[in-house]
Design a binder for this molecule. Structure first.
Ligand SMILES: [Mg+2]
Length: 259
């Protein structure tokens, strides 16, 4: 599966195999099923080519940012992080609100260090799919007992300009095209507090050619035993090819807005 900017190609002679077109961030894209491209993909490490991908969001699935602010969830530890991205965002916010010289307070993060060992990482190629981007390995991996992971490419401009992930959205999440590009037609599980029915409908509509699990995590609790069980069962079902699309929804209508 290939993701390309439609504007980069000649629209008068589209190649065969185009299975979907869509507009993202005011630019037209198309997804193409192309086995030759799949086989030749330079990014595909042979060691992981047969594994399903596990796309991990951080805010929500790992960090229970919507938990009651004064009640740390059981088993979690408290950390205060001053990451470059958080510092930049806070400095911009303070400038906007007329306090450009105010001290930036660290971001409080609750982390469960037992989560990593409980994830079925041996059955997946685990990949960050978070706006923490390269900071996820440096600041989060150790706190959650996770190894260093590769990152799906999520352009910096996308999450700031695109508001399609707001509650109630009916179009695919802004991350989804980039995850499909990374997965290259492989089975994948996507754990994100913002995954919703629009994403499942989109995967059905384009006829994604491999089993998928969309797991909407609860940002009040982070990944739960139910979610771990679903990930383990999905990993075992994938090799038999008898799964098309699993949609594990959250028991709430829509999570609070935060990427
Ligand atoms: Mg999130």
């Amino acid at each position: 599966m290939r993701l390309e900017n439609w504007a980069d190609t000649d629209p008068a002679t589209p190649p065969s195999g185009v299975c979907a077109t869509f507009t993202h961030d005011h630019r037209p894209y198309r997804l193409t099923l192309d086995e030759r491209h799949h086989a030749a993909s330079a990014r595909m490490d042979p060691a992981v080519a047969d594994l399903p991908v596990l796309f991990l969001d951080a805010d929500g699935p790992l960090i229970p940012f919507a938990a009651k602010p004064h009640r740390r969830p059981e088993g979690f530890t408290t950390h205060r992080l001053l990451t470059p991205r958080w510092t930049r965002a806070e400095q911009e916010r303070l400038s906007r609100t007329g306090r450009p010289h105010a001290r930036v307070k660290p971001l409080r993060v609750w982390a469960d260090p037992t989560l990593g060992p409980r994830l079925p990482l041996g059955h997946y190629q685990a990949v960050w799919a978070t706006t923490w981007r390269e900071e996820a390995n440096e600041y989060l991996a150790d706190l959650f007992g996770l190894p260093r992971l590769p990152s799906a490419t999520l352009p910096e401009h996308a999450d700031t300009r695109d508001r399609l992930h707001r509650p109630g959205r009916t179009k695919p999440h802004w991350k989804l095209p980039y995850l499909l590009d990374y997965a290259q037609g492989r089975p994948f599980a996507w754990v994100d507090d913002e995954a919703n029915d629009a994403d499942a409908a989109y995967l059905e509509r384009i006829g994604y050619p491999a089993p998928t699990l969309l797991l909407t995590a609860d940002p009040r609790t982070g990944i739960t035993a139910r979610d771990l069980d679903a990930l383990a069962r999905f990993a075992h079902a994938c090799p038999r090819g008898d799964v098309h699309l699993w949609r594990i929804s959250a028991p709430w209508p829509d999570p609070p807005a935060r990427s």
